[in-house]
Design a protein around this ligand. Structure first.
Ligand code: SF4
Length: 62
């Protein structure tokens, strides 16, 4: 696997449909990741607006 820096959990993310994904980089300040086996699932994943309207939620903080 990639070398991981202590400050940054994610060095590269394949979830390009996530609104935090910027050119395969995660721009979210803090994320939660669930590890199961060899698969890491990001719990912070949020679909880009417009990509899917089946999600009615927003991840914006007030
Ligand atoms: S929030 Fe999660 S899914 Fe979205 S870009 Fe960051 S690591 Fe990837």
């Amino acid at each position: 696997m990639n070398t991981q820096e202590p400050q940054s959990m994610v060095s590269r993310c394949d979830a390009t449909t996530c609104r935090f994904n910027e050119d395969m980089n995660c721009t979210a300040g803090q994320i939660e990741v669930s590890l199961s086996g060899q698969t890491a699932q990001c719990l912070t994943f949020t679909p880009t607006e417009g990509m899917s309207d089946s999600y009615g939620m927003t991840a914006e903080n007030n």
